[in-house]
Design a protein around this ligand. Structure first.
Ligand code: ADP
Ligand code: MG
Length: 729
C-alpha cells in the first residue's frame, strides 16, 4: 500500500489512505493532490535550509549543495509516495508543445566490496538544472547546428506536478529553457522577466501617484478561456488533413451549421459530459482550478475556463489543460481539436486571456472602485494600459500571429487584426472626465424590477465581442489569442508594454512633481496621456469595414496576416521596449522571428502537401468513379435508344470538367510547393506562401468542395462536415 501519511501539507483526512482512494473524492478533496508548491517544501525545512530555500525561491540566492540535496529529497519522497518512478524537467520550447525528458529516480550505489545496491535519489543539482541535448529544438540561429547544449532551469514559484499517463506517473519540474549562450529559447523565460519588470515599474508608479499603504509588489493575473472542438476518433482517423494539420483542408459546411444559434450554451451531450468530468477530475488533482464549462457557438465546440491565477502559473496550467484535454478525449474515443480553424465556414476557436494586475495587498488595480480617490487611481492605471496598447499595438499583434490564427483574425467571428480597446459606456465617460481634467464620476450599475418577484442587477457597461482588448468590469480580455497558442508570449509582451508605460509615465510624473503638487500633477498627467492615446479606444463594431477605414485614418497598425506581423520583430524602433525592460534582447527577437517564420512556412507547406495528396489519391479517383458511372449510364441509354436530356449531358460534362480541374489545380499547387524554398530568406518564402501557395490551395479547395456537392454520397471518400459535426451520439 502506498501511504501518504508522512507528507505534510496533505489534508488530514487523506493521511494513511491507500493510493486508489487518493484518486477519488470531491473536487475540493482531490484538488492539488498531485501538485507540490514551494511553500509546502519550505514547511519541511528548518533553520538555515529554510532561509536559503526561501531566498532561492525569491531570486535572491543560489541553492548550495547541502540545502539543494535536502530539497531534492523532500521532492523525491513526495513524488515516490504519489507513485512516481521518474522525474522530468518540463519546459515550453518555441515548438508550441511542452517538452520533457524522463529520468528514473533509480540510482546504483557501489559498495567497497563491489556490491551494488539500488536506491532512489534526486540530487539538488539535478532538480535545479538540467542539460538536455537541445539540438533538435528551434533556436532561430542562436545556436550553430553542431552545438547542442541547452539548459533547463527550475522555476520554483510554479508548482511541481505529477503526470499520470498510461499507468505511469512522472514528476514534472516546470522549467525555463535557455541556450548555451544564455538566450531564451522558450515561452517561460520572457514571461518571468516581464513579471519582474511589471512589478518594478508598477510599484514605482503607484508609489509616485501616492497610494497608501505603499505598494511593494505588482503581479499580473491571468484567466484563460480555452475553446476546443471534439470529434469522433474514427472520423478524425479517416481524414489525413486532420491527422497531419489539425484542420480540415476540404469540406462544405452543412446546410444547418450554427445559424440557429442553438449550440451556444446548449445542453452538453452525455458523451461529452463524461469526457469533461474525467478531464476536470484530472485537472483538479493537478491543482488546475477549472471552473466553467459550456457548449460554444459552433456545433461540437466547447469551452473551459479556470479561476484566474498568477500569470506564470496560469500559463503552465493552460499548457497542462491542453495536454489533458487531448489525452482524456482519446480515452473517450474522441479527438480534441485545438486548432484555431478546424472547419471552414463555422466559428473557429480562441483563447481569451483575461488579464489584470494586483498589488501585494491583493488589490486589483483594474477595479474602478467606488470613491473618487479609487476612480482616480483606476484612471491613472488605465492611462498606463491604454498607452501600452497604443504604443506597442504592433508587437502585441505579432504575439497572436500564426498560420492557424490567420483564419480567425479579420474574419467575422474573432477580433479584427487591429489592436483597439473597448471600454464600455461607463468607463468611457470616466475617461472623458479624465481628459477634461474633471473629478471622475462613475455611473452606477442599475437594478431594475423585471417581474413582481425578480429583480435584475445591470452592469454599468455592456460587452463588446468584436474588440481585441475589451474591458470587462475589472480586467481586460485579450480576445485575439488563438486556441492553440502558448499564452506566455502574448502575456510577456503585454506585461512588458505596460511596464514600459509605467516607467515612462513615472518619469513624466516626476518632472511634473518638480513644480506641481501631487493631486494636480496626477490629474494633469491623466489628462495628457488619455488625450494622446485616445485613438486606441473604439466602442463600435470591430468587424465592420468602416472600422478598418477609420483605424487607418487614426494611424493604427493594420497587420492582416502572419508575414506582415512578423516583420515587426525586426524593427528595433517598435521592439526596443522589450530590450529596455529586459524581457527579450534584439538577438532573442530576431531568433523568434526566424522560428516563427519557419513555423508559419512549415505549417502551410504541410497543409499544401497534404491537400495535394488528398486531391490525387482520394478526391480525383472519386470524381473519376462518378464520371465513369455517369458515362456508363449514358452509354447504356444510348444502347437502348433513350435520348439523354440536355441537363444530364451537362452533368456528365461537369464531372469531366471537375476531374480536369482537380488534376490541373493539384499540378499547380505542387508546382508552387516545388519552388517554395527558392526564396532567399524567410521574408521571401513567406511572401510566396501568402501570394502563391495559399491562393493555389484555395482554388483547389473550391473545386474539391464543388465536387463534394455533386458526387454521390457513397462515392465520397472522406467523412463530411455533417458526419463530424452532427454525430448521432
Ligand atoms: P466570460 O463570461 O467572459 O466568458 P468566463 O467565466 O468564461 O467569462 O471566464 C472569465 C475568466 O476571467 C475566468 O478565467 C476568470 O477566472 C477570469 N477572471 C475573473 N476576474 C479576473 C481578474 N481580476 N483578473 C484576471 N482574470 C480574471
Ligand atoms: Mg467564457
Amino acid at each position: 500500500m502506498n501511504t501518504i501519511e508522512s507528507f505534510k501539507g496533505r489534508p488530514a483526512e487523506f493521511a494513511g489512505i491507500d493510493d486508489t482512494d487518493l484518486l477519488s473524492g470531491s473536487p475540493a478533496e482531490i484538488f492539488g493532490l498531485l501538485a507540490l508548491d514551494w511553500r509546502t517544501i519550505l514547511q519541511r525545512l528548518d533553520g538555515d535550509d529554510a532561509v536559503a530555500f526561501d531566498a532561492f525561491v525569491h531570486g535572491s540566492g543560489q541553492l548550495q549543495a547541502t540545502t539543494g540535496n535536502r530539497v531534492g529529497t523532500i521532492v523525491k519522497d513526495w513524488a515516490i509516495e504519489m507513485g512516481a518512478t521518474h522525474y522530468a524537467h518540463w519546459f515550453q520550447p518555441l515548438t508550441g508543445q511542452a517538452a520533457e525528458k524522463h529520468d528514473a529516480f533509480l540510482t546504483l550505489k557501489y559498495g567497497k566490496d563491489g556490491a551494488t545496491s539500488a536506491i532512489e535519489e534526486l540530487k539538488g543539482t539535478l532538480l535545479v538544472q538540467g542539460e538536455p541535448d537541445a539540438s533538435s529544438f528551434p533556436s532561430g540561429g542562436l545556436r550553430a547546428t553542431h552545438s547542442a547544449r541547452g539548459y533547463t532551469l527550475w522555476d520554483p514559484k510554479t508548482p511541481l506536478f505529477i503526470r499520470e499517463s498510461g499507468g505511469a506517473r512522472t514528476l514534472c519540474i516546470p522549467c525555463a529553457y535557455i541556450g548555451y549562450t544564455g538566450h531564451s529559447l522558450d515561452h517561460k523565460t520572457p514571461l518571468l522577466r516581464s513579471l519582474s519588470a511589471l512589478s518594478k515599474q508598477g510599484t514605482r508608479f503607484l508609489n509616485l501617484i501616492g497610494v497608501a499603504p505603499a505598494v511593494e509588489q505588482v503581479t499580473a493575473n491571468l484567466g484563460t478561456e480555452q475553446e476546443y472542438f471534439l470529434i469522433d476518433q474514427d472520423h478524425f482517423d479517416s481524414r489525413i488533413d486532420l491527422v497531419m494539420t489539425g484542420r480540415t483542408l476540404l469540406g462544405n459546411k452543412p446546410s444547418r451549421n450554427q445559424q440557429l444559434e442553438d449550440h451556444y450554451f446548449g445542453v452538453i451531450p452525455a458523451r461529452v459530459q463524461a469526457f469533461m468530468a474525467d478531464a476536470e477530475e484530472e485537472l483538479y488533482r493537478l491543482g488546475v482550478p477549472v471552473k466553467t464549462r459550456h457548449s460554444e457557438v459552433a456545433p461540437c465546440q466547447f469551452e473551459l475556463a479556470p479561476i484566474f491565477e498568477s500569470a506564470s502559473i496560469a500559463v503552465d496550467h493552460n499548457v497542462l489543460t491542453m495536454e489533458v484535454l487531448r489525452r482524456v478525449a482519446k480515452e473517450h474515443g474522441l479527438v480534441c481539436l485545438l486548432h484555431e480553424k478546424p472547419f471552414a465556414g463555422i466559428n473557429g476557436s480562441g483563447k481569451h486571456n483575461n488579464w489584470s494586475m494586483a498589488t501585494n495587498f491583493g488589490e486589483n488595480l483594474l477595479e474602478p472602485g467606488t470613491t473618487p480617490e479609487q476612480h482616480k487611481r483606476f484612471l491613472a492605471v488605465l492611462s498606463v494600459v491604454l498607452m501600452a496598447l497604443h504604443r506597442y499595438a504592433a508587437v502585441l499583434r505579432v504575439t497572436v500571429a500564426s498560420a492557424g490564427n490567420d483564419h480567425r483574425l479579420g474574419a467575422n467571428e474573432a477580433p479584427p487584426p487591429i489592436i483597439s480597446a473597448y471600454l464600455g459606456t461607463a468607463i468611457d465617460e470616466l475617461v472623458k472626465s479624465g481628459m477634461a481634467g474633471e473629478a471622475p464620476v462613475l455611473r452606477k450599475a442599475k437594478v431594475a424590477s423585471i417581474t413582481d418577484t425578480i429583480d435584475a442587477n445591470f452592469d454599468a457597461t455592456d460587452r463588446n465581442r468584436t474588440a481585441p482588448f475589451a474591458f470587462t468590469g475589472n480586467k481586460f480580455e485579450f480576445r485575439a489569442v488563438g486556441s492553440s497558442d502558448n499564452c506566455g508570449w502574448p502575456m510577456a509582451v503585454l506585461n512588458a508594454a505596460v511596464a514600459e508605460s509605467f516607467s515612462e509615465l513615472s518619469d513624466r510624473l516626476e518632472a511634473k512633481l518638480a513644480n506641481q503638487g501631487r493631486e494636480e500633477a496626477v490629474t494633469s498627467l491623466i489628462q495628457d496621456v488619455l488625450t494622446e492615446v485616445r485613438s486606441v479606444c473604439f466602442e463600435g463594431d470591430g468587424y465592420s469595414t468602416e472600422w478598418h477605414e477609420e483605424a487607418a485614418r487614426r494611424g493604427l497598425p493594420i497587420l492582416r496576416n502572419t508575414p506582415e506581423s512578423l516583420a515587426v520583430l525586426l524593427d528595433p524602433k517598435l521592439t526596443d521596449f522589450l530590450a529596455k525592460q529586459n524581457v527579450l534582447s534584439h538577438e532573442e527577437l530576431s531568433a523568434r522571428y526566424e522560428i516563427l517564420a519557419e513555423r508559419y512556412v512549415k505549417a502551410l507547406e504541410i497543409e499544401g502537401l497534404t491537400m495535394a495528396e488528398m486531391a490525387t489519391t482520394a478526391i480525383l479517383p472519386a470524381v473519376e468513379a462518378q464520371l465513369a458511372i455517369s458515362a456508363g449510364t449514358a452509354r447504356d441509354c444510348d444502347k437502348v435508344g433513350i435520348q439523354l436530356g440536355k441537363g444530364l449531358r451537362k452533368r456528365l460534362e461537369s464531372f469531366a470538367a471537375l476531374a480536369d480541374s482537380v488534376y490541373n489545380q493539384t499540378e499547380a499547387l505542387t508546382g508552387v510547393l516545388d519552388t517554395l524554398h527558392e526564396g532567399h530568406d524567410a521574408a521571401a518564402i513567406m511572401a510566396t506562401v501568402a501570394g502563391s501557395l495559399i491562393p493555389a490551395m484555395s482554388a483547389l479547395r473550391t473545386t474539391c468542395d464543388a465536387a463534394e456537392a455533386q458526387i454521390a454520397d457513397d462515392l465520397w471518400p472522406i467523412p463530411k462536415y455533417v458526419d463530424m459535426l452532427f454525430p448521432s451520439a
